[in-house]
Write a protein that binds this ligand. Structure first.
Ligand code: GDP
Ligand code: GDP
Length: 433
């Protein structure tokens, strides 16, 4: 899926615009998953073309007195990671030095960018926008993020510039993405895994020129490692900022089947790791948590248990995730890590026969039916797995709207107990029968 980044200095209206574009879809996602969401990353679509949208400014703290260097990095990263960029300026404040700086960086890059002059809420302001030609663009788009006007023209041209989705690849190998915050040990893990010999068989071009799957045969398993731009361009941006690791992870996560989330045992499961975890979860990807640098931890016979309990607490309510304690340095359990990823891949591709599903689930539901709601009985009559790439199930009922989140969670847990979906998000829908 293509990635679109919104850049611009603080207060021009980036997050207002971002929210407008993702609102409709976010409402749906929230109702289904009920979990934390990231306010700066979401999915949107226009003219039938879907894209991921990132409000880069949202990840940069400090708002008003933002440093110029900071915005340079924001734009540089957007240029590296996105397929197209929306450059937003503010007609109220007019052109500032920082706008000129950003325009210059964008003009130098090869990335398509679209200048959005925001806060054009009236026709008078339409005329004021003319000054923005001096940023060296052939065209700009006047928009109002508050009332939505003008965004159609912008989006028409934006999606036209996005690369087309590739044909479905014939070869189906598990795709594993190694993700995590900077310095967690991702490259060390990959190096430990592929060793000196580099079992590279072929390079397959991924969805865009920035993303490459590399095929490996290791420990008797065939799989593709989804290379992130971050791994290849290592060293360019070293900053330990949430924004960078999340943005670097987006493409790899979307492009993968299973994410190997590497975390540094000496640092734990902080907010930044959580963001990446939920990004994978919300994209319905398989997840394996690799607690790396386990060699550095002073251990007693409780350490593994304690660490595991702590991580599961952070992942609530989605706790059915495998956790493997590894050391990329000593190569401890790196085989186990790959083996677990393969298992998770299988869980994610699992298809349960409808007859087996009904024979298993209906008696459980009958024994513990949904609670009465407004004096009405809900009767679930039938269920089936949907033909999606990740596990999703439809349960048909007379009054589906009366089945609330806790009961859906109950169904999910029973499905997990009965069929083993460890490491994969499971989606439950209730439908009218
Ligand atoms: P960001 O820092 O670039 O993400 O900017 P915000 O989205 O937080 O917006 C900054 C301020 O500009 C807020 O007070 C918004 O209400 C206001 N704003 C955003 N879009 C518009 C618009 O189209 N018209 C007007 N008049 N105000 C806007
Ligand atoms: P990345 O930014 O996630 O790719 O992290 P790196 O692979 O560059 O590792 C960051 C630092 O942690 C380097 O100094 C590594 O040598 C060190 N490191 C990585 N894995 C381990 C490990 O399992 N044990 C120890 N002790 N150090 C590690």
């Amino acid at each position: 899926m293509s990635i679109v980044a919104i850049v611009g200095r603080p207060n021009v209206g980036k997050s207002t615009f971002f929210n407008r574009l993702i609102q409709r879809r976010e409402a749906i996602t929230d109702a289904v998953s009920g979990v934390t969401r990231d306010r700066h990353y979401g999915k949107s679509d226009w003219n039938g073309k879907e894209f991921s949208l990132i409000d880069t400014g949202g990840y940069v703290v400090g708002s008003d007195d933002i440093f110029e260097a900071e915005i340079d990095k924001q734009v540089e990263l957007a240029i590296d990671e996105a397929d197209a960029i929306i450059f937003m300026v503010d007609v109220e404040s007019g052109i500032t030095g920082m706008d000129e700086e950003v325009a210059q960086l964008l003009r130098k890059s090869q990335k398509p960018f679209f200048l959005a002059v925001n806060k054009v809420d009236s026709s008078k302001r339409e005329n004021d926008a003319v000054e923005f030609y001096s940023l060296g663009v052939e065209k700009y788009y006047t928009i109002s993020s508050i009332n939505g006007s003008g965004s159609g023209d912008l989006l028409d041209d934006l999606v036209a510039a996005l690369p087309d989705e590739p044909e479905v690849e014939e070869e189906v190998l598990p795709r594993f993405a190694v993700v995590g915050r900077p310095n967690a040990g991702k490259s060390s893990f990959i190096n430990a895994l592929i060793g000196e010999e580099r079992f590279v068989v072929t390079d397959i071009a991924g969805t865009t020129r920035d993303s490459i799957d590399t095929k490996y045969n290791r420990f008797g398993f065939d799989f593709n490692l989804v290379d992130t731009a971050g791994i290849r361009k290592k060293g360019k941006v070293k900053e330990d900022l949430e924004f960078y690791s999340v943005m670097r992870s987006v493409r790899a996560i979307e492009h993968s089947d299973v994410c190997l989330l590497v975390l540094d045992a000496t640092r734990g499961f902080d907010g930044q790791v959580q963001n990446i975890f939920w990004l994978a979860q919300r994209n319905n990807k398989g997840i394996v948590i690799l607690v790396n640098k386990w060699d550095l931890v002073e251990k007693d016979n409780q350490s593994t248990k304690d660490m595991e309990a702590y991580i599961r607490k952070q992942c609530e309510p989605y706790t059915d995730v495998p956790i493997v304690f590894i050391s990329a340095l000593t190569k401890q359990r790196i085989y186990k890590a790959i083996e677990t990823a393969v298992e998770v891949y299988k869980n994610r591709s699992k298809k349960i026969k409808t007859s087996v599903l009904n024979d298993t689930m209906l008696p459980i539901i009958e024994a513990f039916p949904p609670p009465q709601y407004k004096g009405k009985y809900v009767k679930i009559k039938y269920c089936t797995q949907l033909p999606t790439a990740f596990p999703a199930f439809a349960f048909f009922a007379n009054l589906p709207q009366y089945v609330k989140e806790p009961y859906k969670r109950f169904i999910e847990n029973k499905l997990r107990q009965q069929f083993n979906f460890t490491g994969v998000p499971v989606t439950i829908y209730l439908r009218k029968k």
